[in-house]
Design a protein around this ligand. Sequence first.
Ligand code: SIN
Length: 185
Amino acid sequence: MSHNTIAINQQMEKFDGHASVWLFGYGSLIYKADFPYIERRTASIANLTRRFWQGSHDHRGTEAAPGRVVTLVPESGAVCNGMAYLITPEVFTHLDHREKNGYLRLATQITFDDETSVEGLVYIATADNAAYLGAASEQDIARQIAASSGPSGPNRDYLIDLAHALREMGKHDAHVFAIEQYLTS
Ligand code: SIN
């Protein structure tokens, strides 16, 4: 699959005709909401876990030296905490551009902190996209993040801002916090 997922995402018809759609954010979408939304609520999705396994050459790295950003990978029993936004369909034009480096819009069940749930969308970069980097030790991930920078700024800021936002929400993420520990010690 090519790096640029805009055309594929624009063919997503699942929520056509809906006046609004819930979007689940688990990475920069938690702390950088540069789009209009009607409402936002802390939420989680099940059986997926957050990992710094996606390469970034458009935001936090370059083609020659990609940074690392988060995607979600299947893990039975896992719970990924994040932020859900209720948005109108026009907002996807902006989001598809922002998430174009390998992320696909996929339907998912979103559970709010009061345990009610709704079907919505999440951007996931699956293992078959060209920018995917895959697993590495948390120490190696920290080294790569420390050395990377791109048009949206240092890769380090992405990780620190995400760790900070999770802490503010009262949520723990062992993977994110372990990489933060290597980066800041
Ligand atoms: C997300 O935040 O939900 C997707 C990954 C990212 O944009 O950092």
